[in-house]
Design a protein around this ligand. Structure first.
Ligand code: SF4
Ligand code: SF4
Length: 347
């Protein structure tokens, strides 16, 4: 097993992973349902978890609203690499005689809960496997942070019948999260509680992060249905400025209300395919809680400043998007005919 563990780890690294860990079923015992490896492979004995880094060079231009496409393209490509590593790794292990299941990096949901895939429960949680196996550690945001790339990573996993040799979680003193709360401040949807924490136990070890509010908050804002922060001073990459409600229960009706305009607005050239979204495609307009979180606090602060001082996004008649001041944005919308304006805000 030492040899096969070493080769599986090396394969993931050779193909693009920056950190790799191994977790066994015993290490996940007592955890939430999404760490039940048997859900995807009845005789599973272990799983390989890994992180693929996003390109840090595109993050500043994302926050300063200079380039939407650079990070978006990189995000899609990195997801494809993570899913591809899973496929290659599972194929390798299967060929070596160990039945293994590759997992898609994102946008895969269980269908057997109350609301089916709309409950957004993954077959297996990459995040929980990653913290238990030492690929990274939880930040306040609930995102997995890594020592070198912060939260700017895409996670992947493979579940296998091979009894691979486990790796340990990263010791708490190495976790750089200092509760700066910039992830919460950069979230226009209010998804991250930021104060109350949730703790889960996996294999006798506790792992904590901030309580989160209903996931439809993130669907609404990150998906681009609305993007203007309640201060009115900054926005995500979405040109839509429908109300961002206070209460969880108001988000689903708000989302349903914003679907019509969402479908009628011009699409960006690049979209993420996601079966939960109208037309099966989603605009990626946020990700701020993830992208802001760098191990160096000075960089976190700089990114937050870029986000909050670069104005708001408006859409031009040709479908291009640009950042303007909040005042200019109001004039831009006021100059539209009511039908066009209703694509972006309540008229
Ligand atoms: S942004 Fe700050 S509080 Fe949030 S996870 Fe990162 S280090 Fe922790
Ligand atoms: S992706 Fe955006 S909307 Fe979703 S939780 Fe993170 S900051 Fe909030």
């Amino acid at each position: 097993m030492e040899k096969i563990t070493g080769r599986a780890t090396d394969l993931a690294k050779c193909y693009g992973a920056s950190a790799v860990g191994i977790v066994t079923t015993e290490m996940l015992a007592g955890g939430p349902p999404s760490v039940d490896l048997a859900y995807v492979l009845p005789n599973a004995k272990s799983a390989i978890s890994f992180a693929v880094p996003l390109n840090q060079d595109y993050i500043e231009s994302w926050f300063s609203k200079q380039s939407h496409a650079d990070h978006l393209h990189n995000n899609i490509q990195t997801n494809v690499i993570a899913s591809g590593i899973s496929l290659e790794l599972a194929n390798y292990l299967n060929q070596k005689g160990y039945p293994s299941i590759p997992l898609t990096a994102n946008t895969a949901y269980r269908t057997d809960s109350k609301n089916g895939r709309f409950d957004e429960i993954p077959p297996i949680s990459h995040r929980y496997l990653a913290v238990r196996s030492g690929v990274g550690f939880f930040g306040l945001s609930g995102n997995v942070l890594t020592q070198n790339d912060g939260a700017a990573i895409i996670l992947g996993s493979v579940v296998t019948e091979a009894q691979l040799i486990a790796t340990d979680p990263i010791p708490g003193e190495i976790n750089y999260c200092d509760d700066c709360r910039l992830c919460k401040a950069a979230c226009a949807s209010g998804f991250i509680d930021g104060h109350e924490k949730v703790t889960m136990t996996m294999g006798g070890m506790d792992f904590s992060y901030s309580k989160k509010r209903h996931h439809s908050r993130c669907d609404y804002v990150c998906g681009g249905f609305a993007g203007l922060h309640n201060s009115g001073k900054w926005s995500t990459w979405s040109p839509a400025r429908f109300n961002i409600p206070d209460k969880d229960e108001a988000f689903y009706p708000a989302l349903v209300n914003a679907v019509g305009p969402y479908l009628k607005r011009a699409r960006t050239a690049l979209n993420v395919y996601n079966v939960l979204m109208p037309g099966d495609r989603v605009e990626l307009t946020c990700g701020n809680c993830q992208l802001i979180c760098h191990p160096d606090k000075k960089i976190r602060k700089k990114r937050y400043k870029l986000l909050t001082e670069s104005g708001v996004i408006v859409e031009n008649p040709d479908g291009s998007r640009e950042a303007v001041s909040p005042e200019e944005a109001k004039k831009h919308l006021a100059a539209m005919d009511p039908k066009t304006r209703a694509l972006y805000e309540e008229v």
